[in-house]
Write a protein that binds this ligand. Structure first.
Ligand code: ADP
Ligand code: MG
Length: 321
């Protein structure tokens, strides 16, 4: 049986669903944008986490799983430059999960939610005959017309990324190989921190022309900005920010380099801006690195320090591929 790819199906759904006057933006970005009033827009996003697909119970505590479920959804609000406000949690609970474990999961979820100034405002609970399933919906707000969408990058804009890339994918690769990743790597995988402050900073100052969060890998996610904005990109391989732990592992295993380009779940923000040196911005408290430049349409080219083009061997993630 041949399936439509994840993104082909989403394109089809978007056509069928149509738009509405109250929606400033519907299907196709990190969040939908609904008009709230003269000053504010409402951001809404929803995500599903399924045991065996997004997490394994052997690798995590239920407390950390709860935290991560909230964090990755809050990251979609951060990716639009908004402030998270209310979260809704649907739980499909297999019979063998104890009450204590459920309370751990909820405590982690609530902790992470509150840490970002938001609240758990509802949800749904039912039994699951199969895996543990979590469905999370998040709502946030942003000043009217200041949400930063995937569309909006222009020729000549600089491309920036926050933090470091590849750590979460490296931790996952080590876990899959039966190894124990060192603490800093494991934390990037188990407890990603959504870049809410950076997102708000960029939207309030209207510095960024396009933005999203890296959930499926830099190349795949930057690709969404390029498609929506009808532009291309040139990246400088040596400018991709790597953590000390990643560089240490790379010195022993050079092939992991591609994890920084196409490994998922970093939850860093990738954004474009006409400003060529963001480090000069006062008040910027999150580390950001310039990794390239927006070009004319034509995909992503990655340039090595010696000027040669680099070819990444790994593709991004498609849930139906
Ligand atoms: P993200 O990585 O930010 O979660 P996705 O790639 O999952 O984004 O989704 C891309 C867009 O497609 C979003 O606007 C999302 O709301 C929409 N989408 C995905 N699945 C569905 C669905 N089953 N029904 C309606 N919209 C969907
Ligand atoms: Mg999604």
């Amino acid at each position: 049986m041949s399936n439509l790819g994840e993104f082909e199906l989403i394109d089809w759904i978007r056509e069928q669903a149509g738009g509405a006057d109250h929606l400033a933006l519907g299907i196709g970005d990190d969040c939908a944008i609904q008009k709230l009033g003269p000053d504010q827009d409402l951001l809404i996003s929803t995500d599903l986490l399924i045991e065996g697909v997004h997490f394994k119970r052997e690798w995590t505590t239920l407390y950390n799983l709860g935290r991560k479920a909230a964090a990755v959804n809050i990251s979609d609000i951060a990716a639009m430059g908004g402030a998270p406000q209310s979260l809704f949690l649907g739980i499909g609970r297999p019979a063998q999960i104890s009450d204590l474990d459920m309370k751990e999961l909820l405590s982690g979820f609530i902790y992470e939610t509150q840490m970002h100034g938001a609240v758990l405002a509802g949800g749904d609970s039912c039994g699951s005959p199969g895996p543990l399933m979590l469905s999370v919906t998040v709502q946030g707000t942003v000043a009217t017309d200041e949400a930063i969408c995937r569309q909006g990058a222009s020729y000549g804009d600089a491309i920036y990324v926050s933090g470091t890339l590849g750590d979460s994918a490296l931790a996952l690769q080590l876990l899959q190989a039966g190894q124990i990743p060192e603490k800093s790597l494991a934390e990037r995988f188990h407890l990603p921190s959504p870049r809410v402050e950076l997102g708000k900073f960029l939207s309030a100052r209207q510095i960024a022309t396009a933005m999203l969060d890296v959930s499926d890998g830099l190349l795949a996610d930057l690709g969404h900005i390029l498609t929506a904005s009808e532009v291309g990109a040139e990246l400088e391989l040596d400018m991709i920010p790597l953590s000390a732990a990643f560089q240490h592992q790379q010195s022993k295993q050079p092939s992991i380099r591609d994890l920084a380009l196409s490994g998922g779940e970093d939850y860093e923000l990738v954004f474009t801006s006409p400003l060529k040196d963001l480090a000069e911005q006062t008040g910027l408290t999150t580390p950001v690195a310039r990794i390239g430049t927006i070009t004319q349409k034509g995909g992503i080219q990655i340039r090595q320090a010696d000027g040669q083009l680099y070819h990444c061997q790994r593709a991004g993630f498609d849930h139906f591929a």
